[in-house]
Every structure is written in C-alpha cells, then in structure tokens.
Design a protein around this ligand. Structure first.
Ligand code: AP5
Ligand code: ZN
Length: 210
C-alpha cells in the first residue's frame, strides 16, 4: 500500500500515520520528521532548513524532492509506505509521479479552528518524537513521554505566528493537491475531526488490513 497523507498542519496526519504504519507494517516517512532530526543532529541539511521550518515556511522543492527520492530507494519502502507531509506543492507531486505510482492520497479534513487548538496544545518527546496533546492525548505524567521517559517540548513552529503562516502556506501551495489527486481518481477523504481511534476506524473501512 503506497499512500500519501494530505491535509492541513495539525490535522492528525502524523498521529494516524504512526498507528497505520504499525498495523499495516509499512514505513511512516515524514518529511517534517526527517528535517527535525537533521536540525537536532545539526547536520548541514538541518542548519540550512532550521530558520525556514521555525517560521512555518516550506523548504525548497529541490531539497525536499531529493530527500524523498533517496528515502524511497531504501529497501523497506519497496512494499509500501506512508508519505506524511509530502508532496506539499504541485512540482513535488509531479516529481513523485516520476519516482513511484501511489495507490491513494488520503485527505484529512478538518477546520482551521481545530487546527489551532491541536497545534497549540501539542507536546512532542525530545527523545522519540511521540506526539501528545495537553487536552486530547495527555501523557500519564505531565511533561514526560509514556513510551521512553523523555522530556516533552513545544515545537518552535507551534507558536501562534508560525501556525498562522503554516495555514497560509497550506492554502496557497498544498490545498491545490486535493484537486490534483481527485482528478487523478486517487483522492480519499477522511473526516479528521473525531478522536484518533475513530479516524483510524474510518481509515480501516477504506483500507482493510490484509
Ligand atoms: P510537518 O512535520 O509535516 O508538519 P505539518 O504538516 O504542519 O503537520 P504537523 O506535524 O504539524 O501535524 P499533523 O497533521 O501531523 O498532526 P499531529 O498528528 O502531529 O512539517 C513541518 C515543516 O517541515 C513544514 O512547515 C515545512 O517547513 C517542512 N516540510 C515538511 N515537509 C515538507 C515538504 N514536503 N516541502 C517543503 N517543506 C516541508 O497532531 C497534532 C496535534 O493534535 C497533536 O498534539 C496530537 O496529539 C493531536 N491530535 C492528533 N489527532 C487528534 C485527534 N483525532 N483528536 C484530537 N487531537 C488529535
Ligand atoms: Zn519518547
């Protein structure tokens, strides 16, 4: 199963991708996560993209496409994958089509107001990147990751100015992909407003585990 997860920031793409990857035994490939790991490790890529990401803008198509091309060439992506947060522009979608044919683009549908409350309440584990939410997905102990005991932090791009910018960028550059994949007959809409267990059930109705 070769899938794209589309949708505004904070729609829950990363949360669902982690669940689906475990159930369907396919890798979860998040371009945002690859960039954040590069920033943490202070690699040349990380140093180059940090200010762009913190401000809520998009990394250039050239850099992102190359990164995805290399990641999809790895053996674990041969039988399927979830591309979470890629493509995010029409040129990225066109480049992806030259690399691999995807089965579907899953569009996580949610209103802007929900996006803001999800992102402003998000907390992320410094050690393992697990997502939490101060209201919707609380850790057992405040500020500490259930999975690994790591410390939770607020992403720089989850500050309100960056959230506003990310929504603007989403509308201008990423939302046109919805029509792009609809015209290609590959779009699947999922209601992303309910709790994540319910979103997972909707997903499994369309894509049953084999
Ligand atoms: P990226 O990491 O992809 O960020 P994003 O698309 O903005 O997505 P998010 O991670 O913010 O949200 P999500 O939909 O995964 O939601 P989540 O599950 O975490 O990209 C970051 C940056 O990298 C970009 O801004 C850009 O600069 C750069 N970048 C990445 N890809 C790029 C590309 N292709 N081209 C150029 N630049 C690129 O959930 C959010 C919160 O809500 C969490 O707290 C979670 O616990 C909670 N939650 C989740 N689901 C539910 C639910 N059903 N009910 C209640 N709460 C929920
Ligand atoms: Zn952790």
């Amino acid at each position: 199963m070769k899938l794209i997860f589309l949708g505004p920031p904070g729609a829950g793409k990363g949360t669902l991708a982690a669940l689906v990857a475990g159930l369907y035994k396919i890798p979860h490939i998040s371009t945002g996560e690859i960039f954040r790991a590069a920033i943490r490790e202070k690699t040349p890529l990380g140093l180059k993209v940090q200010a762009i990401i913190d401000a809520g803008q998009l990394v250039s198509d050239d850099i992102t496409i190359e990164l995805v091309r290399e990641r999809l060439a790895k053996a674990d992506a041969g039988n399927g994958f979830i591309l979470d947060g890629f493509p995010r522009t029409i040129p990225q979608a066109e480049a992806l089509a030259t690399i691999v044919a995807v089965d579907a683009a899953v569009n996580f549908d949610i209103a802007d107001g929900d996006v803001v409350s999800r992102l402003s309440g998000r907390r992320v584990c410094k050690a393992c990147s697990q997502n939490y939410h101060v209201d919707y997905m609380r850790p057992k102990v405040d500020g500490i990751c259930d999975k690994c005991g790591g410390e939770l932090f607020i992403r720089e791009d989850d500050k309100i100015e960056a959230i506003t910018k990310r929504l603007e960028v989403y509308r201008a550059q990423t939302a046109p992909l919805i029509d792009h994949y609809r015209k290609a007959g590959k779009l699947v809409d999922i209601d992303a407003r309910p709790a994540s267990g319910v979103v997972l059930e909707s997903f499994q109705k369309v894509f049953p585990v084999k």
